[in-house]
Design a protein around this ligand. Structure first.
Ligand SMILES: Nc1ncnc2c1ncn2[C@@H]1O[C@H](COP(=O)(O)OP(=O)(O)OP(=O)(O)O)[C@@H](O)[C@H]1O
Ligand SMILES: [Mg+2]
Length: 248
């Protein structure tokens, strides 16, 4: 469903943490409706890359545009960007003392100034869409990890984002719950959501991604369709990485 029209564009992006060059001249364009899976060894900069896109992390040099606009640094424009770029983390990050439905409606009411009744109705519809409508009035701790992560996805979707970033959304889950979260992500991809997904789930990469990006030492080493990447990675580093994760 990718249209080719760019939504997220990084151009010559560098990020330093003190002496550490964490993003090294990264250029990347993600088209509307595209699903890009990011893989690479620990410490290669995958999370940092994600976090720069909604400006949780400022960059040292280069440019990032979202939907044609340079990322705003602060204020209302930044709040708008954060609502337009949903993010789902490894740790579900739900508000522990709020119900699942409240978690989902809080942003729309507070940030988007939606009427409570409208937010509630949409929130319930979103919980239904991720398969946890019957958990609406529970608190996060009463849900399984997989259910909590689906609630976190619903919460991000409630802001009606133009893109979704996922940073290892299934890494903290028990194995039997990985599938239910990947199913939600796969259907989201099928509906045309623009997605950047850091994951070790190579099945998801094969089936749902338009492109796979391999990072190493802050550099974007490969950028290829999954069929090509998995069958024939060009770099020694990607081959080595794949042989490690596919055999364990
Ligand atoms: N806030 C920070 N301050 C200093 N260094 C940081 C900070 N955040 C990340 N780093 C460093 O930047 C590098 C890239 O980190 P990043 O978290 O982006 O890697 P990653 O590819 O997501 O790794 P993992 O697979 O373990 O999640 C690492 O060397 C990390 O230690
Ligand atoms: Mg990471």
């Amino acid at each position: 469903m990718a249209t080719g029209e760019p939504l997220i564009v990084l151009d010559g992006v560098n990020k330093w943490f003190g002496p550490l060059h964490v993003l090294d001249d990264v250029s990347l364009s993600v088209g509307k409706g595209e699903v890009v899976v990011v893989i690479g060894p620990s410490g290669s900069g995958k999370s940092t890359l994600c976090r720069t896109i909604n400006r949780l992390e400022p960059i040292t040099s280069g440019t990032i545009t979202f939907d044609g606009q340079p990322l705003p640094a602060e204020g209302k424009a930044l709040a708008k960007l954060r609502s337009e770029v949903g993010m789902v983390f490894q740790s579900f990050n739900l508000f522990a003392h709020k119900t699942i439905l409240e978690n989902v409606t809080l942003g729309p009411v507070k940030v988007r100034k939606e009427k409570a009744s409208v937010a509630r109705e949409r929130g319930l519809a979103l919980l239904d869409r991720v398969g946890i409508a019957n958990q609406a009035d529970k608190f996060p701790a009463q849900l399984s990890g997989g259910q909590q992560q689906r609630a976190a996805i619903a919460r991000a979707l409630a802001m009606q984002p133009k893109a979704m970033l996922f940073d290892e959304p299934t890494s903290a889950l028990d194995p039997e719950m990985v599938g239910e979260v990947l199913d939600v992500m796969t259907s989201l991809a099928g509906e045309g959501m623009t997605m950047v997904v850091v994951t070790h789930e190579m099945g998801f990469a094969r089936h749902a991604a338009n492109r796979v990006i391999f990072m190493a030492d802050g550099q974007l080493v490969e950028d290829a369709p999954p069929s090509q990447f998995f069958a024939n990675p060009r770099s020694e580093r990607a081959r080595d990485f794949l042989s490690k994760i596919l055999t364990h």
